[in-house]
Design a binder for this molecule. Structure first.
Ligand code: BDP
Length: 702
């Protein structure tokens, strides 16, 4: 029986500190005793603060900062190093602007650790890397590391509204306190910046892609500028979502036509004004002609006209445009999965150099599993950037433990074959050296004490940042290092719990949308199952559009006999997914419509396999609960209890998903539940009658 014995302070510190716990070390390390660092620069000042906190917490002493000869740690740009340090200078020289090197060197006859980089931001990243290494192994003294980010723009997209609500947010309200800004800088903003910088995140779009033009008025720009100032030492640039109709709404113009000169002038002026407030402003993130948002098509123009107009306004200031490709038409009744590709690919090579086309990982919408978006690799003359969702809109909100880097990795590793074998999605988004590239993640952060609602959802923020830095990292390594820093270094604990993290994404797929099913969540809030929904205005808003279950079978035929969405992929992929002999079970019903008694590889029919998968998902959550129970001795009672309670919700909901979906699909298959599956407790009417009018994170207006 769980009891309510939280002690407030313990909960705040541990949960709030994310992966920057700096737990007291049982071994001594003198590395921070005497640090050579020039603290005049504001980023170096941030380095100083971080080292002080870390050293005091981990090793119980305060560092001395000086430039004396006896340094135990030297943090210096390599332009400031002694010429005798040739080796390290050469090593660092090969790195890009944000890279760093950490090396144990001989300095005046003594072993000293040196962090060096081209600029202060590299030094900050190097410092956080050193701290990560020490959190994992506090006795470490020998370092030989060189690292640099593979993507240029590594950013969070907040879907925060100006009224403090967060669209698809499950961790409380927005952390931005617009009413108290610009004068009140919440300490939380600094801790947010520290956490981001520690994994290399260097950009943040502050408000929702369903934007509000007010953010572009001087009243709000002043507030934005205060946030930008707070984030600046941490190398984080601020971006704003730009509502396409802003020239009408706040500019008093009659049109927002991108080819109209007055409109172009309005954006030029607006951009100039923004840079007066925020000299290092990042640029605009735009959702246009998507789900009712205004855009160039309202004026008979296209995405290139819209994006390039903004891009030209930003060019003199080196700002960029992140133009989203999340579009699906109100009138086109063909397969929704094909529409973004059809709308964008013909424009390849037409976007200005400072435009990144921001593409969701899959062609539908952040589902528990989707094949990679066919746009990746299909626009070789344009710059495409990845958009992931960190907030768990379709994956159990912040009540389910789901380790998303596993999903991110699966997409990044996918081979598009667009430039021959080995042209993985990761390689496509990395682009050419020194060119603009990027990855965005829809933030899962809110005002909750633990930032993300679920303690394990912190790992998704962390993991997103790590993969944005290096899209080729393994999710296993990310899980392990996150656990070591956040909870415990005990190898038994790390081994056991990383296993459940790594399996958790597959479990959620199994108990929500197994075998390639997708978009069968309940209307609007997407909380829980709603496969029966068939009465929404647009066909592609209805789950029945996606599963197409009838008495003959289930699944969406995207082969040549159906929508032929497969033709948007390279022939190798089309062949692989299109042929039932090779199509992996995970994507079966994504690409094929099959009879209920279709014989699968294990010799059992499709219907039985569906029930077995749902049950496996439930069983795996049960296993997570037992495993988590066994982790009790290794971590603090507060966080253990929090997670244990959340796992109870997850199990209840996994069973709900299994029972509701199988009861509904049975009305078509007319077959008994497979013997491996636990029988649902209620009838279909019961599951259909469940209502959740106040589920969190709903779109505010529609
Ligand atoms: C969908 C969300 C919706 C977002 C939209 C988007 O349901 O709230 O506005 O994506 O990405 O997943 O624009």
């Amino acid at each position: 029986m769980l009891c309510n014995s939280f002690t407030a302070s313990a909960q705040i510190t541990k949960d709030y500190d994310l992966w920057l716990q700096y737990q007291k070390s049982s071994v001594a390390n003198d590395i921070f005793k005497n640090i050579a660092l020039n603290t005049k620069d504001e980023t170096n000042k941030a380095i100083q603060d971080e080292l002080k906190t870390a050293s005091e917490r981990m090793f119980q002493y305060s560092p001395t900062f000086s430039n004396s000869g006896n340094a135990t740690l030297i943090i210096k740009k390599f332009s400031e190093l002694e010429p005798t340090q040739k080796n390290i200078i050469n090593k660092a020289n090969a790195l890009n602007d944000e890279g760093f090197a950490i090396e144990t060197i001989q300095n005046k006859g003594k072993k000293t650790v040196l962090i060096t980089a081209k600029n202060s931001l590299g030094l900050l990243y190097g410092t956080f890397r050193l701290l990560r290494e020490l959190q994992i192994d506090p006795s470490k003294k020998h370092f030989s590391i060189a690292d640099e980010p593979k993507l240029k723009v590594r950013m969070l997209n907040h879907w925060d509204n100006l009224d403090g609500t967060v669209e698809r947010g499950y961790a409380g309200s927005s952390i931005w306190n617009w009413q108290k800004l610009p004068d009140f800088i919440d300490k939380k903003y600094i801790d947010y910046a520290r956490a981001n910088a520690s994994v290399g995140i260097n950009g943040v779009a502050l408000i929702n892609v369903n934007s509000n033009a007010l953010i572009l008025t001087p009243q709000y720009l002043e507030k934005v500028s205060a946030l930008a100032k707070a984030f600046r030492p941490y190398g984080i640039k601020v971006y704003l979502t730009a509502r396409f109709s802003a020239p009408i709404e706040i500019g008093g113009l009659k049109t927002a036509d991108p080819l109209n000169q007055e409109v172009q002038q309005w954006w030029n002026n607006k951009v100039n004004e923004i840079y007066k407030f925020i000299p290092d402003f990042g640029g605009f993130l735009v959702k246009a002609n998507s789900e009712g948002q205004p855009g160039p098509q309202n004026y008979g123009r296209n995405h290139v006209d819209g994006a390039n107009m903004m891009a030209k306004a930003l060019q003199p200031h080196h700002g960029i445009v992140l133009w989203r490709a999340f579009v699906y038409s109100e009138t086109d009744s063909s397969d929704r999965a094909k529409q973004a590709y059809s709308e964008f690919v013909p424009y390849d090579g037409k976007f200005e150099d400072n435009v990144l086309v921001q593409v969701k990982n899959g062609a539908i919408d952040f589902q528990p599993r989707e094949p990679f978006h066919p746009m990746f690799g299909a626009m070789p003359k344009s710059k495409l950037m990845m958009e992931y969702q960190i907030t768990q809109e379709y994956l159990g909100f912040s009540s389910h433990l789901v380790f998303l880097p596993k999903l991110y990795e699966e997409v990044l590793e996918s081979d598009t074959y667009k430039q021959g074998k080995g042209s993985t999605v990761a390689k496509i988004i990395e682009g050419k050296p020194n060119e603009l590239s990027g990855m965005a993640g829809v933030a899962n952060i809110g005002s909750d004490l633990n930032w993300t609602g679920h303690p394990f959802a912190q790992a998704n923020w962390y993991g997103f940042g790590r993969l944005a830095w290096n899209p080729e990292l393994s999710s296993e390594k990310i899980a392990e290092e996150w656990l070591q820093q956040t909870f415990s270094k005990d190898s038994n604990f790390v081994k056991t719990i990383s296993k459940i993290m790594l399996q958790s994404r597959e479990s959620v797929v199994k108990y929500m949308t197994p075998l390639g099913l997708h978009h069968i969540m309940a209307t609007n809030h997407h909380y829980g199952p709603g496969p029966w929904v068939n009465d929404l205005a647009r066909p592609e808003w209805n789950p029945v559009y996606y599963h197409k279950a009838d008495k003959n079978g289930i699944g969406f035929d995207r082969t040549a006999t159906g929508s032929n969405a497969l033709a948007q992929y390279s022939p190798e992929i089309a062949q692989y997914y299109g042929d039932l002999k090779t199509c992996p079970e995970e994507y079966l019903l994504w690409f094929h419509h099959l009879p209920w008694d279709y014989k699968m590889k294990n010799g059992k029919i499709l219907w039985d396999n569906l029930g077995i998968k749902y049950q496996e998902g439930v069983n795996e959550v049960k296993n997570m609960i037992t495993t988590w129970e066994s982790a009790k001795p290794y971590i603090d009672a507060e966080r253990h209890q929090e997670v244990a309670q959340l796992l109870t919700i997850q199990l209840k909901e996994a069973i709900w998903w299994k029972d509701a979906c199988m009861t509904y699909f049975q009305t078509f298959s007319n077959l008994p539940f497979p013997k491996e599956m636990e029988t649902p407790k209620h009838d279909l009417e019961y599951y259909k009658s469940l209502q959740f009018p106040f589920a969190p994170g709903i779109k505010p207006h529609w």
